[in-house]
Design a protein around this ligand. Structure first.
Ligand SMILES: *Cc1c(COP(=O)(O)O)cnc(C)c1O
Length: 332
């Protein structure tokens, strides 16, 4: 039996880049002599914390909604998320004039709720639907909305258009800095790394793509070792964007085919990296956004190849963190 084809191809990422041209920010690539000295490598930080709505998720969300048929546009998009995907879909819907319903737990961070509602403000048919995560079934609520209103569900990572959109971050990075020996990318459900690996390996066949997960949430590392998707209990980590208990049915085969390995970092290393970004690069980066950089800045990490002398791309995935909490982390 031949393996089924991968969910996305390099051409899908190139097509996504066309759709995003002039809409998504072409985020800057940051350099730091201190970081280079510490890692022994030459590091190129792709600052997706400066992307619209504060994370790379805008790329995938917009790429998905931009491909809706006229009927899908009229009925609108539906997303479940308490995090960056919610804001990404809400903003993409606003820009494309597509109504959005975002299903969020009633105890989602107030700042995220407010930001999502702000993107939807004044748009007919757009709303946040709150549910009680302890007594109500989120999937049932979503199913009902999708059936009643004919809305199209856009998942946060396991969708070809989402995966392809996320890959444009790596495309821009390689466009700007040229050849890389390695690319470090954080892994939650695997949308970002599957898109980035697809385009990076096409442009630079020898590039080593390495995923980074939180120590407590190493489901993809386990899955690669076992050769099938492993589901773990919802991990306890400050990297709230990487709390997915399993990688996706579409993302995992891409990871298996193109990602060399996955390494893990501790919450303490994430905090240290947040401090590094704030102090040295004057960047606000959320804990999940620090995963890949934390690996680069800790060259002794178990399983991490020797990157001394290498040119290494590092995706800094997002910057949405509650400021009081951010201050608390830095004060530790
Ligand atoms: C969603 C998210 C991730 C994880 O991305 P996946 O595509 O699920 O692997 C990482 N960082 C940030 C900031 C995110 O919002």
């Amino acid at each position: 039996m031949s393996p089924s084809p991968l969910a996305i191809q390099p051409a899908d990422v190139l097509a996504a880049a066309q759709r995003l041209r002039g809409v998504a920010h072409r985020t800057p690539v940051l350099r730091s002599r201190t970081a280079d000295a510490r890692s022994g490598a030459t590091l190129f930080f792709k600052a997706e914390n400066q992307q619209r709505m504060g994370a790379f998720k805008f790329r995938g969300g917009y790429n998905a909604l931009a491909q809706f048929t006229p009927e899908q546009r009229r009925a609108g998009a539906l997303a479940f998320s308490s995090g960056n995907h919610a804001q990404a879909v809400a903003l993409a819907g606003r820009l494309l004039d597509i109504p959005t319903v975002i299903v969020m737990p009633h105890d989602a961070p107030a700042a995220k709720l407010a930001a999502t509602r702000e993107y939807q403000a004044g748009q007919a048919g757009s709303e946040v639907v709150l549910y009680d995560r302890y007594t109500e079934d989120r999937d049932a609520i979503g199913q009902r909305l999708a059936t009643e209103r004919g809305m199209t569900l856009i998942p946060p990572f396991d969708h070809p258009h989402v995966m392809a959109g996320q890959g444009t971050a790596a495309l821009e990075l390689i466009d700007e800095v040229g050849a890389l020996d390695a690319l470090l990318v954080c892994v939650g459900g695997g949308g970002l790394i599957s898109g980035c690996a697809t385009i990076a390996k096409a442009m630079l066949p020898d590039v080593r793509v390495i995923g980074v997960e939180p120590e407590a949430g190493n489901d993809t590392q386990l899955s690669l070792a076992r050769g099938e998707i492993v589901t773990i209990p919802v991990p306890r980590t400050i990297a709230d964007g990487a709390m997915s208990p399993a990688s996706g049915q579409l993302t995992f085969p891409v990871i298996q085919a193109l990602v060399e390995r996955i390494v893990t970092v501790s919450d303490a290393q994430l905090v240290e990296t947040m401090r590094f970004f704030a102090e040295r690069l004057k960047q606000v980066v959320e804990p999940t956004g620090c995963l890949a950089a934390a690996a680069a800045l800790n060259p002794g990490l178990a399983g991490l190849p020797d990157l001394r002398g290498a040119r290494v791309g590092v995706i800094v995935s997002g910057g949405n963190v509650d400021l009081p909490r951010f201050a608390e982390y830095l004060a530790r």
